[in-house]
Design a binder for this molecule. Structure first.
Ligand SMILES: [Zn+2]
Length: 335
């Protein structure tokens, strides 16, 4: 375990004190409000790592306890909104309330039904779930979970890859290897990236059988009937700038079509896989526009402003396990 430097501990301590003293609330109240801004939070999994040791714990956004604290904060001090409210504001039909927060969850993991939904329901929060439709109900792992298994559950002390050889004899070195390989894989053309990960996964022979990690269409239909908005996150979750434009268009179209077919209705809403600046471009936005998509979410990590941002580039704030409640509160402070 590496110790945090003293100034980080001090910073955490001060943030906790500021939060308790209500300072973030005070700062927020004194800043101007408009009806076109919304904090869009992006969660992935909410779970305990040991519940599903075959999935990369780095994709856990919060423990169930921390997630509950986040939702309590949002319900008590903000105005939770649903995606239809954001759409109405984007169309100029109705402004958003001040301090609007939209909770979104990516990838359709099973803990959405087991952990996330019961908590958001308790606080009257209407979440949006972005799903890569090819993975729904199947036993295929996402490539990042395969990469995690290939490194963390390999019995070898080092692994050689097209990106170099990595020592994987301690948890720290394993995590560093996963991070380096994630960056390398994301820089490759999609099919090359998948082949590389499959190769490492097969070599490692991880000890897990096939598990279903995602929700089924039946579960999604039931969640949709209970008020969860289900929206598209491509079909097979490629980074859209790492496939050709025809394939990118098919990915968007097929995911919209499958949601319409299985859920009965589909929203003109989309979330880019990965969502960083290099994962979308004008040609992709044109294709989304052709598909009838009105708003698309990135991971550009700031408050979304429907006047200032392009509607096909709305930022979301990624939530990760390292984020404390005071840090989240700070991110949601208009400053
Ligand atoms: Zn995703």
């Amino acid at each position: 375990m590496t110790r945090k430097p003293w100034y980080k501990n001090l910073k955490h301590g001060l943030m906790g004190l500021a939060e308790q003293a209500g300072l973030f609330r005070l700062v927020s109240r004194r800043l101007p409000r408009t009806g076109q801004k919304v904090y869009v939070l992006a969660y992935h999994r909410v779970d305990r790592p040991e519940n599903r040791p075959w999935l990369d714990p780095a994709h856990i956004s919060a423990s169930p306890e921390a997630f509950r604290a986040h939702m309590r904060l949002i319900a008590n001090q903000y105005h939770p909104v649903g995606i239809t409210d954001v759409l109405a504001a984007a169309r100029g039909e109705a402004p958003l309330p001040p301090d609007a927060v939209l909770v979104t969850v990516d990838d359709g993991y099973r803990d959405f039904a087991e952990v996330i939904y019961p908590i958001v329901q308790e606080y009257g929060i209407q979440p949006t779930l972005f799903i890569p439709t090819a993975f729904i109900g199947g036993r295929e792992l996402f490539w990042w979970d395969k990469l995690y298994q290939a490194v963390f559950w390999s019995r070898k002390e080092s692994i050689s890859t097209p990106a170099g050889t990595y020592l994987v004899d301690t948890p720290e070195r394993k995590r560093a290897a996963v991070e380096a390989l994630l960056r390398f894989v994301k820089s490759q053309e999609n099919e090359t990236a998948l082949a590389l990960v499959d190769g490492l996964y097969e070599q490692a022979e991880p000890p897990f059988g096939a598990h279903r990690s995602t929700l089924t269409w039946d579960e999604l239909r039931a969640l949709s009937q209970q008020g969860v908005s289900i929206a598209a996150h491509t079909h097979t979750h490629p980074i859209l700038t790492r496939v050709d434009l025809d394939r990118a268009y098919q990915e968007m179209h097929l995911s919209q079509e499958m949601i319409a077919r299985h859920i009965g209705t589909v929203l003109p809403v989309f979330a880019y896989p990965d969502g960083k600046i290099e994962t979308f471009n004008q040609a992709i936005e044109d294709a989304l526009h052709l598909e009838g998509i009105e708003i698309a979410f990135t991971m550009m990590n700031e408050q979304a402003d429907l006047e200032r941002h392009k509607l096909l580039q709305l930022p979301r704030i990624g939530v990760w396990r390292s984020m404390t409640v005071p840090q989240l509160h700070w991110r949601l402070t208009r400053f």
